[in-house]
Design a protein around this ligand. Structure first.
Ligand code: ARG
Ligand code: ASP
Length: 695
């Protein structure tokens, strides 16, 4: 009997363990801890998160608010992705010192390069403040009343926070506002660049391989955190010293194999796992297709121009990567939703929900939720699509329209007086300088001609011949003078005359209407989440990602994307050589790496079969923001560096399907190999703690 129970428990864990989830690190005791252990983990909840002793969480830093990073030495050495450190690497690059192209390696502390504005934030402590935040809040309140009560409560909570003076805090809603957590944080602002491989390693495969498996990218870069003499956060100073962390991750030389436990610890940005079916339909049938079409039109022009002209290729590299990244993700997302039957599965689930409401006599409280969703999303569709398309055209793809959007904002400050206007004018001058650093008006005009017809039937590309803003000099000249002078000139500009009504339409109609319905949808989503957890308490509920620290775990595992096709979960250096195209901008391989491959000079970094692993797959549930997150083995050692997901599984932000959702990690042995054998930066290896857990 006892054995049977254990077996059943084991089976339940086996099945549910495949279902993903991003969990709050302070709440792992119980279900998560046993589930992780059933997957092979030797870690306790306290090894991962502990307030009184150092724990894994002390090694995990939020990198510049967007990515994740981890401390891997007692001297504050920090590991993240190449694409996360990309703009820092780019900002120190020039034609003479092209760190993007050739890589960069500081051979001692003095050579490490400071980065203005870059910060890394650690979590000191997490506290549940739900009761205090939701005090006197009731379901009977309107969204606005609710918000004002919550704001009041927030003030009260903030007054009672216990923290050191160098620490910060933030309060974030979870489960759609049904729970609140307080985070005490420490933010380090002296973070220096230590090392980066050349793009031909760090961005190997570029856009063709982005979101794709099999993958062979060494997507990593190294930084170092500096602190003041008391080891506390401090602004950059040459007197600062390398930070001594509360914990750093030992690095395993043994790696992981298919079936092994892995855990990914990081700061996932945003997911939407509890949407009703009608919302998923709207995203996949209306929103994504129109946004994909706009980006595709823009990319066609940009790609062709980049191929034709080297100068444009360099200027548009990072813009192109940004536009292509989401474009490709949405295509994968739509296919994945379709293939997994996510909408139908959600509809079935909603039937269960309705049945449970009836069984439990809760129709009066929650019976209106689903019909209300249907009604609201129908009402939402036109404005939701239109607003999204506006953002795509005016803020993501066409740069002249982006300038016009900002200029309308500038004009709007004029009624707040000359001082406000002058501030806005100065900021506009800086923005224009930024945009024009990498601007080509012929490319932008091509983009305009391609994307504008997808937004408005009123389009006229001749504005490009009659505007001051396609050229920095004339743009800055137009912005000279007091508000009256500038605005007069501005309103005579052809591009401004064209764009202003469209931008005003956005501000006076589109945005308010969008917000009006969106507020109602959000309030309903809060109620739906609460109802789900109350009515179907056996389901697996994890809070949607919200850029806070989370743990996700699973196993190293391949997958079958199509009939008769199975992908192995590990790639090797041999695969890099298979993809090698001499001179190609995506698939070139540096001579040095080819030599190391020829000589099989892998040092201690080869696996037990003598092959050098590059990337591997896991069933960890990740999203944007998890880039740079450590993949940790059963004993708490670093084995991988998360950087992407497989294309067939990018719908995991909306619906996690354990069959095909996989995260992609760089094998740490490849990272070590590049640092040691390729770059000759052995001193960095020496400050790490290398371990052999499998021996
Ligand atoms: N797809 C990954 C993510 O969403 C990697 C993006 C960087 N790589 C690229 N080729 N753009 O961030
Ligand atoms: N590449 C993403 C990032 O930069 C990770 C993902 O979306 O899987 O965070």
């Amino acid at each position: 009997m006892r054995i049977l129970k254990v077996i059943i428990l084991f089976l339940v864990f086996q099945v549910s363990a495949q279902q993903g989830g991003m969990w709050i690190p302070s709440l792992l005791e119980g279900m998560n801890e046993s589930e992780m252990q059933s997957l092979g983990s030797k870690l306790t909840a306290k090894d991962i998160y502990d307030v009184n002793n150092s724990s894994l969480k002390d090694a995990i830093g939020h990198f510049n608010g967007g990515c994740t990073s981890e401390v891997i030495s007692p001297k504050g050495l920090l590991l993240t992705n190449h694409h996360c450190g990309f703009s820092q690497i780019q900002s120190h690059s020039s034609l003479e010192n092209d760190y993007l192209k050739d890589g960069f390696w500081a051979m001692n502390f003095e050579e490490e390069i400071p980065n203005e504005g870059l910060f890394v934030e650690f979590i000191v402590r997490i506290e549940d403040v739900t009761d205090a935040m939701l005090k006197n809040v009731s379901d009977a309140m309107s969204p606005r009343e609710k918000q004002s009560q919550i704001d009041k409560n927030r003030n009260a909570v903030e007054k009672n926070i216990v923290k050191e003076e160098w620490q910060d805090f933030k309060i974030r809603p979870f489960y759609k506002g049904n729970q609140y957590y307080l985070f005490i944080t420490e933010r380090f602002e002296d973070v220096r660049l230590v090392g980066a491989p050349p793009s031909s390693i760090g961005k190997f495969g570029s856009d063709t391989d982005n979101w794709v498996w099999p993958r062979h990218t060494g997507d990593f870069s190294l930084f170092r955190i500096y602190a003041d003499k008391n080891n506390r956060p401090a602004k950059y100073s040459k007197d600062n010293v390398p930070y001594t962390p509360k914990h750093f991750l030992p690095v395993s030389l043994d790696g992981v194999e298919e079936g092994d436990f892995t855990m990914v610890f990081g700061f996932p940005g945003r997911t939407n796992e509890y949407l009703p079916a009608v919302a998923v339909e709207q995203i996949t049938q209306k929103l994504n297709p129109s946004n994909i079409a706009i980006r595709e039109a823009a990319l066609k022009v940009i790609d062709a121009s980049m191929k034709a002209d080297d100068q444009i290729r360099i200027q548009y590299a990072s813009k192109q990567a940004r536009i292509a990244n989401a474009w490709k993700k949405w295509i994968g997302e739509n296919q994945g939703i379709e293939k997994s039957g996510a909408v139908e599965i959600k509809r079935q689930f909603e039937k269960e929900f309705v049945k449970a409401l009836t069984d439990q006599g809760k129709e009066a409280a929650y019976g209106n939720i689903l019909p209300e969703f249907e009604k609201l999303y129908k009402e939402f569709e036109t404005v939701n699509v239109k607003r999204n398309n506006f953002v795509e055209v005016f803020l993501r793809s066409n740069e002249l329209m982006q300038m016009m959007f900002r200029l309308v904002q500038m004009e709007n400050t004029a009624n707040r007086g000359e001082e406000a206007f002058e501030k806005a004018r100065m900021s506009m001058v800086n923005q224009l300088k930024g945009i024009h650093k990498n601007y080509n008006s012929a490319v932008d005009k091509g983009v305009f001609e391609a994307v504008m017809p997808l937004y408005s039937s009123n389009f006229d590309a001749s504005i490009y011949d009659n505007t001051a803003f396609v050229n920095l000099e004339s743009a800055l000249k137009l912005l000279e003078g007091d508000s009256k002078t500038v605005l007069q000139k501005l309103n005579d500009d052809a591009a401004y005359q064209y764009a202003k009504p469209l931008v005003l339409e956005f501000y006076t109609n589109l945005e308010p209407e969008f917000q009006r319905i969106n507020t109602q949808i959000n309030a309903l989503q809060t109620k739906y989440m609460k109802a789900l957890m109350e009515v179907l308490p056996e389901e697996r509920y994890f809070p949607d990602a919200n850029s806070t620290l989370r743990v996700t775990y699973g196993k190293v595992n391949g997958y079958a994307p199509r009939d008769a096709v199975y992908y192995n979960p590990v790639t090797y250096l041999d695969g890099v050589m298979e993809k090698y195209v001499p001179g190609d901008y995506e698939f070139d391989v540096p001579q040095k790496l080819r030599d190391l491959y020829e000589d099989k000079d892998y040092g201690p970094y080869a696996d037990k079969n003598g092959k050098l692993p590059i990337c591997f797959l896991g069933t960890n549930h990740t999203t944007g923001g998890n880039s740079g997150s450590p993949a940790i083995d059963a004993e708490g050692n670093l084995v991988g560096l998360n950087f992407d997901r497989v294309w067939e599984g990018t719908m995991s932000d909306i619906y996690y399907d354990p069959e095909i959702c996989r995260n992609i990690m760089v094998d740490l042995r490849y990272v070590l190999f590049i640092i040691d054998k390729y770059a000759g930066a052995k001193h960095l290896i020496e400050e790490m703690k290398l371990v052999h857990p499998k021996k």
